[in-house]
Design a protein around this ligand. Structure first.
Ligand SMILES: [Zn+2]
Length: 237
């Protein structure tokens, strides 16, 4: 396992992932010696405070040049966000976060395929982020495509829809036709969170040991608000 981890890290370095300045053991070396590692709840609260600033149109001022220079030696993002690629839901903007704050994985429909899972595993296993947010959004085109039942024009597009289909099937058990897409969007967030745990031993182990929490959430296009879908007490289902 140790050799495997090292080889994964080396391989990721070759693909341009920033390395921590030292290999082990401090989980958050970039925060400096006096900064305790934040809990998942603290991280979520910070994200929600950022979302409130975004909703109010009052983003934090940032010294990006000095921050960029500080981060050149390493990163310790406080959260991992699995979000849709939709141009209207950029997580850094929606949560009013800056360089180095969040490790973002985006796919159409926020589906967790193998590459997305590997990216999340890197952030969990190597960067030690304590929180994963699976973020869906209103009027998601990928979920709408899955709800339409239409044949996709390419195998790659079909791969997205195939991942979303179980959520559509679930939503159809209770949603009316005019509410199907919105219900399927919520189900798809749950499905992606489930897929992440079902298909990754690294992420499962991190959740079981209390090192990682998973929060399911939906972004509202019209209000700008991020709404949590799973209850705080059941974040590790
Ligand atoms: Zn979308």
């Amino acid at each position: 396992m140790r050799i495997l981890c090292l080889s994964v890290v080396l391989a990721l370095a070759a693909f341009g992932f920033a390395q921590q300045p030292q290999a082990q053991p401090s989980p958050h070396p970039s925060h400096g010696p006096t900064h305790a590692a934040p809990s998942a709840d603290e991280v979520w609260n910070k994200l929600m405070a950022g979302n409130a600033r975004f909703v109010a149109g009052k983003p934090q001022a940032r010294a990006l040049v000095s921050l960029r220079q500080k981060l050149a030696s390493g990163q310790s993002p406080r959260a991992i966000i699995l979000a849709c690629s939709d141009s209207r839901v950029g997580p850094e903007l929606v949560f009013d976060q800056s360089l180095g704050d969040i490790f973002v994985v985006r796919t159409a429909g926020n589906v967790a395929d193998a590459v997305a899972l590997g990216s999340i595993e890197y952030a969990v296993d190597h960067l030690h982020s304590p929180l994963l947010v699976v973020l869906g959004h209103q009027k998601c085109g990928a979920v709408s495509a899955a709800c339409s039942g239409e044949k996709m024009p390419s195998p790659n597009l079909d791969a997205i829809v195939v991942k979303i289909n179980p959520a559509v099937t679930q939503a159809k058990t209770y949603a009316k036709a005019d509410d199907l897409v919105e219900s399927a969007i919520k189900e798809n967030v749950r499905q992606s969170a489930k897929d992440v745990l079902a298909n990754s031993q690294i992420i499962r182990d991190a959740v079981k040991s209390g090192k990682l929490s998973v929060i399911e959430a939906e972004y509202e296009l019209d209000s700008g608000q991020v709404v949590r879908l799973n209850a705080p007490a059941s974040t590790q289902n």
